[in-house]
Design a protein around this ligand. Structure first.
Ligand code: ADP
Ligand code: MG
Length: 319
């Protein structure tokens, strides 16, 4: 199968490649054409997943397609953006129909869930690597940034942390995965759910936000640095799933919740008077700490002692 037949058959023909919404022109020309409504701004982010670094090789192509789009789309959620579409730059060792079919189906399923349209891409031969660039829009000036946290704000997250990190030994086949708990964690790893509607609901309310991809402590460090504040985390408030605690025990579960990446849950800071309204509207706001003057991240145990944590998150070029 040639490059163009491959693109046509697996990607241009996918349901998610249909034009519509803000996508005026999709796959097939030199560029896609997007409409950005008056009064809105374009929001763009890109992420690369490399075989053997970001996912085990081989793995289920359907799950990989799903996950590749979810991790990128989560960045739109973190900005409070409405999705428009995405491009897919795919480097493949071989054009294997079974693999391509599964991958395209997984991509299509996540695109449907996120209301994303495939608008173009690039297809090359090489080691398996997937780059997804996402495009979204926000009302002018309303994107949720990392830089707006203020002393006195609450520090919040949008769900359970650590499940994806807890799934890693299962993903890598280092651990038995027969149980219901294991299945739940594996689902959190392979099928992250970008909190798009929640991010949009936080616009004009949260003072800063990001999606947790590198681990709670590391990502809170990014908000602290960008905002020029200190984030204090109450260790016992970090939400951990029963499945994670059951599978790993309380200590290792907490370690996953604090330093494990790949959850793609939102972390954000919120003026205290916004809390009740959001919770009453049913949004999954969990308060885990507060913003204080200072710098960096402080972790407090149940007795109010500052506790020390080793690894703070994944860093590709750490020595
Ligand atoms: P060009 O040479 O102009 O860059 P290509 O030959 O690379 O164009 O691609 C042809 C068309 O197919 C373009 O519209 C491009 O966006 C699209 N395309 C290529 N690869 C993919 C892919 N993996 N997924 C979706 N669209 C793709
Ligand atoms: Mg090209």
């Amino acid at each position: 199968m040639g490059e163009f037949e491959l693109i046509r058959h697996y990607f241009a023909a996918a349901a998610c490649a249909r034009v519509g919404g803000d996508v005026l022109l999709g796959i097939g020309d030199d560029c896609a054409v997007l409409a950005v409504p008056a009064g809105e701004q374009l929001v763009v982010s890109t992420d690369t997943l490399v075989a053997g670094v970001h996912f085990p090789d081989p793995c289920d192509p359907y799950l990989l397609g799903q996950r590749a789009l979810a991790v990128s789309t989560s960045d739109l959620a973190a900005m409070g953006a409405t999705p428009i579409g995405f491009t897919l730059a795919l480097s493949l060792p071989a054009a294997e129909p079974g693999w391509l079919e599964g991958f395209a189906r997984g991509l299509d399923a996540m695109a449907a869930r996120c209301e994303m349209r495939l608008i173009g891409g690039d297809t090359t031969r090489g080691p398996l690597s997937i780059t997804v660039t996402v495009f979204g829009r926000v009302p002018a000036g309303q994107a949720l940034l990392r830089s707006g946290a203020r002393a006195g704000d609450l520090l919040c997250v949008g769900g359970m942390l650590g499940d994806a990190a807890g799934a890693l030994p299962l993903v890598l086949g280092e651990r038995e995965c027969g149980t219901a708990e294991a299945a739940q964690l594996l689902d959190r790893y392979w099928s992250p759910q970008p909190q798009l509607a929640f991010g949009q609901a936080l616009r004009g309310k949260a003072t800063s936000a990001l999606d947790i991809s590198d681990g709670l402590l590391a990502d809170c460090g990014h908000i602290a640095a960008a905002s020029g504040v200190q984030l204090c985390i109450q260790q016992q408030q970090v939400p951990l799933s029963e499945a994670l605690t059951e599978l790993l025990g309380p200590e290792a579960a907490l370690q996953c919740g604090l330093t494990g990446g790949d959850d793609y849950v939102l972390a954000f800071t919120l003026p205290a008077d916004e809390l009740q309204g959001l919770q009453a509207a049913g949004w999954p706001v969990q308060v885990i700490g507060a913003v204080e003057p200072g710098e960096g991240v402080r972790l407090l145990d149940a007795d109010g002692n500052t506790s020390v944590v080793g690894k703070q998150g994944y860093n590709h070029f750490s020595p």
